[in-house]
Design a protein around this ligand. Structure first.
Ligand SMILES: *Cc1c(COP(=O)(O)O)cnc(C)c1O
Length: 334
């Protein structure tokens, strides 16, 4: 039985182009001379520039529709990839969409407030509530939900990054899909590396590995500069999504989160990120982003340098998307 069939009992609203490609990074592997490197192209999920949130939204939107919602409400920073994919998902499902956006990154480039994901949110027709400077969005969205209900609407709330037990099913799906691709290609994948933030992707992926009793190791690279916070989120979602998939004996020894690539803060650049973004552009024509996948790739390169992987092992980088934010950080790559 293919692993993907483990999800057949859950409602899904189709949004993503699946399976996403699994491709060798031949030029990069040759240049680095370490383990065999491959990439899982979750930047190519296809929904309005794609990204990892699209997989979660297939399950979240199905739940919203089952509950009779007429509107999605979500929250994030000005350049959130998750928010942009949520607006696009709402369009596809015929739902309205409200965004609560705050300024969680101290990045002064004018394009950051005009271009990238924020421009796309506007193009896709979102209703946007901007939090006042210094007011976190968590203080604002409960009131927005309340006002919508009072006006007779049925809003469905999607938390930061779509990261909850239902959203986690989207990354269990990614794990199952990857295991099926490896089996079809007759290869063994030893390690997976991805950028981890609100925890739903890594948590859901681990839930999938646990359900299938896979020996694949999943390495999260912290991009929040807060390993304890990220770890708590990953542990919780791995357990909750795992329970939905029948995992009865959760054991957190598989939760691996690497520190040291997020500094100075979430959304602010560092040299290793910038070098990794340039390296992938110039060896493989793959576009990473400054906030997530660039720091995630810097993490994978760091692990290779530290000898974390054997030369005969296969390591898959999950490209979680995010390239639209490059347009808010143009000064870094000129
Ligand atoms: C949200 C996001 C991540 C992190 O995923 P989580 O599920 O929030 O941990 C990684 N990469 C990109 C490009 C993202 O937008």
């Amino acid at each position: 039985m293919p692993h993907i069939d483990r999800l057949k009992d859950f409602k899904r609203f189709p949004l993503a182009h699946l399976p996403t490609p699994l491709a060798p990074l031949e030029r990069l592997s040759a240049q680095l001379g370490g383990p065999r490197l491959m990439i899982k192209r979750d930047d190519c999920t296809g929904l309005a520039f794609g990204g990892n949130k699209t997989r979660k939204l297939e399950f979240l939107v199905a739940d919203a529709l089952a509950q009779g919602a007429n509107r999605l409400v979500t929250e994030g920073g000005l350049q959130s990839n998750s928010v942009r994919q949520t607006v696009a998902a709402a369009v596809r499902a015929g739902l309205k969409c409200t965004l609560v956006l705050d300024e969680n990154v101290d990045w002064r480039e004018p394009a950051y407030r005009q271009s990238g994901n924020l421009m796309l949110d506007r193009l896709l027709g979102a209703d946007i509530v901007f939090c006042e400077k210094g007011t976190p969005r968590a203080d604002v969205f409960p009131g927005v939900m309340e006002d919508l209900r009072r006006a007779g609407e049925k809003p469905y709330f999607i938390p930061t990054g779509g990261s909850n037990a239902i959203g986690g099913l989207g990354y269990a799906q990614c794990a199952f899909e990857l295991m099926d691709q490896a089996a079809a290609a007759n290869i063994t994948i030893d390690h997976v590396v991805l950028a981890t933030g609100s925890g739903g992707s890594q948590g859901g992926f681990l839930a999938g590995l646990r359900a299938a009793r896979s020996a694949m190791r999943c390495h999260g690279i912290d991009i929040d500069n807060d390993v304890p916070g990220v770890r708590a989120a990953v542990v919780a979602i791995a357990a909750e999504t795992g329970a939905m998939l029948g995992v009865t004996d959760p054991d957190d020894s598989d939760v691996v989160i690497h520190d040291g690539y997020a500094a100075p803060a979430y959304g602010l650049p560092n040299d290793a990120m910038r070098a990794a973004v340039k390296l992938l552009a110039r060896t493989e024509a793959i576009l990473l982003d400054p906030v997530y996948s660039g720091k995630g790739m810097a993490g994978m390169l760091g692990l290779i340098e530290q000898g974390a992987f054997a030369a005969d092992e296969t390591v898959v980088f999950i490209h979680t998307g995010g390239a639209p934010t490059l347009f808010g950080y143009t000064s870094l790559f000129q």
